[in-house]
Ligand binder design. Structure first.
Ligand code: FES
Ligand SMILES: [Fe+2]
Length: 368
């Protein structure tokens, strides 16, 4: 039985000093320790069609994520083993006949092995087996693709073990990503996490949201560590949509009982905001560009079989709430550049934001 409780701050909890949000040196250290090394969510995964692919930009690298002939998800650095040419330019599509380099026509199988390299048999001691594409580790979970640039990663299933099976009721792998919006936010990525992890700001910032879901209703089952969050209660008969009505004719998967009146919100360190609603799901992935610049991709997931589906009602609602949150994060980023700024105390409603900061410092090797 999962237990839920309000998150509490510890005496003296404050947000982080300004350098963590402003400094290019801290940002470089985050790339090295976090974004270049940890499991990151890439959003919706690929269909089962062999050759279907998308490109992902991860920590300054172009990665080709592709479904191979055996149905396995693969990821490769988008770099030819001949002279380094970027192999694929189009952001997504389907590769037929393997992965062909446009420059001198070396061709790779979907599992990354070099298949043909014109005239290279004339080169003494050329062994095609030594020139497969450089792989990156990928995984699939809950209909999402995950990737790490760590050449010797801890398996995804080990890192995500506390969550595996946790969201089975929503049957997420059966859903379709029906809408996607990319936002360019002039704020540090950690401000976005800290914002998502509290609803102290909900009454002043999101008047419509608090009409549908009380700002103080947050109860959590993940209170420390890389995964944080829990649920908030929906007011009776209310739904988180622009109209306040249900945006589909039936609920997801086997969602029942108390979950019919709850929205679940989690953050997965370091790049996912994960939201589950009775009729749809929403996933934000965060892509830090610079200390003061974050690209945020938001995808909405619906059951393609549900009758009377009206995704726009949920998309319009959250697009407005998203923009309010990004705006507040940008204002905070601006204020932090002031010479007089120092972090003030967290309120008793910002316990998860404080927990995020603690985990961040630990991941950066700075705890204690
Ligand atoms: S660089 Fe790719 S085949 Fe020459
Ligand atoms: Fe918000």
């Amino acid at each position: 039985m999962t237990t839920f409780e309000p998150a509490r701050v510890r005496p003296g909890d404050r947000s982080l000093p300004a350098r963590y949000y402003l400094s290019a040196a801290v940002f470089e250290e985050e790339r090295r320790r976090l974004f270049g090394r940890q499991w990151l969510c890439l959003g919706r995964t690929l269909s089962t069609i062999p050759g279907e692919y998308f490109l992902a930009e991860v920590d300054g690298e172009s990665l080709l994520v592709v479904r191979d002939d055996a149905g396995r998800l693969r990821a490769f650095y988008n770099v030819c083993r001949h002279r380094g040419t970027r192999l694929v330019q189009t952001p997504r599509g389907r590769l037929t006949g393997g992965i062909a380099c446009p420059y001198h026509a070396w061709r790779y199988r979907l599992d990354g092995r070099l298949a043909t390299a014109p005239h290279m048999e004339e080169v003494p001691d050329f062994h095609p087996g030594a020139y497969g594409l450089h792989p990156a580790a990928v995984s699939e979970w809950e209909g999402l693709a995950w990737l790490t640039l760590d050449p010797r990663p801890t398996p995804f299933e080990t890192v995500y073990a506390p969550l595996i099976g946790r969201f089975a009721e929503w049957n997420l792998p059966a859903l379709s990503a029906v809408h996607r919006i990319a936002y360019d936010v002039r704020a540090n990525w950690k401000l976005v996490f800290e914002n998502y992890n509290e609803c102290y700001h909900c009454s002043p910032l999101h008047p419509r949201l608090v009409q549908l879901s009380p700002a103080d209703s947050g109860r959590n089952d993940f209170l420390e560590g890389p995964f944080l969050g829990g649920y908030m209660t929906l007011r009776p008969g209310m739904h988180l949509t622009a109209s306040g009505r249900a945006c589909a004719g039936r609920t997801l998967g086997r969602v029942a009982g108390a979950d019919l009146e709850r929205a679940y919100y989690y953050t997965f360190f370091p790049n996912v905001l994960f939201s589950l609603h009775p009729h749809y799901a929403m996933v934000h992935t965060l892509w830090p560009v610079a200390a003061d610049h974050t690209r945020i991709v938001c995808e909405w997931f619906f059951d393609p079989q549900a009758p009377e589906s009206n995704p726009e009602d949920a998309v319009n609602f959250w697009d407005e709430v998203n923009r309010q949150d990004w705006q507040a994060s940008e204002w905070t980023q601006q204020g932090m550049t002031s010479r007089v700024f120092s972090p003030g105390p967290y309120s008793q409603r910002e316990g998860l934001s404080a927990a995020f900061d603690r985990y961040y410092l630990q991941a950066m090797g700075e705890n204690g």
